[in-house]
Design a protein around this ligand. Sequence first.
Ligand code: SF4
Length: 215
Amino acid sequence: MDGNKKAVLEAKIKRTIQALEKNGMPAQYAPTKEDAVKAVGQLLTPGDVISCGGSVTLRESGVRELMLSGQYDFLDREQQPPEEVYLKTFGADVFLTSANAITEAGELYNVDGRGNRTAALIYGPKKVVVVAGVNKIVRDLDAAIYRVKDIAAPPNAMRQGKGTPCGQLGRCAGCGGGMTAGCAHEERMCCHYVVTAYQRTKRIYVVLVGEELGY
Ligand code: SF4
């Protein structure tokens, strides 16, 4: 990356971290995926009961490997009945997830289909660790809405083989219709819209990674 682009990116990351901190969410910068795994490891304690939301970011960053390392009691929905894992997750020590977008004003924006991920983000597990690549940083909530509908959902639908309109058209069927506009498909991924604007007690921690991760 050329020096000017790097400086712009670093300024954006700095602004976002400061804004998250101001909103009560401790945030740190991890320049690489390897740094991110180390940072997450420092937020976990061996023996913790941990769980996670569905996330390409956790897989691409190497955090999922850490979760599978045997140091933790991992409630893995790929190995256990998902519905049981969703309920047990509320009593977990740590929930790991990414965010669909993080605004430069320090807000987390998440959109969920079933709601298990957004539910555990806002209530239940004692600690939540959000890992997000720099590609998730957006200027404001309007940009976050656009990001999910036009940038994240189409390739995500294709990856999962969903028959939703975004997976066919490469854009949301409800583009231009505001935050909640969307399709009426039985596999619709965008049903619950959660903005985390402020945290009163230290529970959610954010690790911003200086690489593109996830959708
Ligand atoms: S509302 Fe439907 S078409 Fe729009 S992004 Fe979500 S799943 Fe895709």
